[in-house]
Ligand binder design. Structure first.
Ligand code: SF4
Length: 268
């Protein structure tokens, strides 16, 4: 049966689904009450690195940015597409009856071939049709990539965690009409030395379909949670100190929810 979509929750993003899976309260503060997240140097750095990489992919130009962002982006350059492509920052939109529209934005995507030396590169679709002798198999793989900046590589996802990641499933579902997609997280460490790690997984369409059903189950719970008053929304205190600390610790502390670890007002 198709249920009615809550008018206020017309749209969900992979990040809102991930926030909900981490902590329902976090989701509620951020997406229901729309409490702004505190500004952070980490997020600013992430945006600057994305801008540099995008400018490099599209125009082979590096914006006039120096310092940490450029150093991080340089570490990523060997993993970025080697040919000019406009397949950057692709918006995605999945419309499923009875559910909010799922929207997102991938950093870049393209067709990838493995070279004989084992390295890979994203190449444009026109290039694929020419047929290259160095292509191992003649079926191009669809590569969907997202850049992640992390100060601590403890949070790099394992293959199993990435396979479960709503972002990976949703983005790959959006590209599944092109073939069986591969999803890649390109991690760059924001503290020196700036090294990178690539974690990559592939799905077939059947697996994507069944994982999407699981995600829709989560979206359904999000819709239910959206209608609750705050006091009925449970927090997950195991998550308060992960990923550099939850932005909403002061709000939870004010509500009497104790986070694990020490709450410091100066950090908020
Ligand atoms: S402080 Fe902890 S319980 Fe509160 S919203 Fe954040 S993660 Fe959830």
């Amino acid at each position: 049966m198709v249920q009615a979509v809550i008018p206020e929750l017309e749209r969900v993003s992979p990040s809102s689904i991930s926030a909900f899976l981490l902590c329902k309260r976090k989701f509620y503060y951020q997406y229901r009450l729309k409490i702004p997240r505190k500004p952070s140097r980490g997020k600013d750095l992430g945006s600057a690195v994305h801008n540099i990489c995008e400018s490099w992919i599209l125009y082979r130009e590096i914006p006039d940015i120096t310092g940490k962002a450029l150093d991080c982006a340089r570490a990523l350059f060997p993993h970025l597409p080697v040919l000019h492509t406009d397949q950057v920052e692709q918006k995605i939109r999945l419309e499923i009856p009875g559910f909010p529209v799922i929207t997102g934005r991938v950093d870049h995507w393209g067709y990838s071939h493995e070279y004989d030396n084992g390295s890979s590169s994203i190449i444009e679709s026109q290039e694929v049709s020419l047929g290259h002798s160095y292509v191992r198999d003649n079926v191009p793989k669809i590569l969907v990539s997202d850049i992640k900046t992390l100060s601590d590589f403890r949070y790099v996802k394992t293959h199993e965690q990435l396979r479960d990641d709503p972002q990976a499933v949703i983005y790959c579902t959006a590209f599944a009409s092109h073939g069986n997609p591969t999803f890649r997280h390109l991690y760059v460490r924001t503290t020196p030395p700036h090294y990178t790690k690539v974690v990559e997984i592939s799905y077939d369409r059947e697996e994507l379909k069944s994982r999407l059903v699981g995600i829709l189950g989560t979206v359904y719970q999000m819709m239910e949670t959206y209608s609750l008053p705050l006091k009925e929304v449970a927090g997950n205190t195991n998550m308060c100190d992960t990923y550099g600390g939850c932005d909403f610790r002061c709000h939870c502390a004010a509500e009497g929810i104790q986070s694990l670890g020490v709450y410091s007002p100066r950090k908020q």
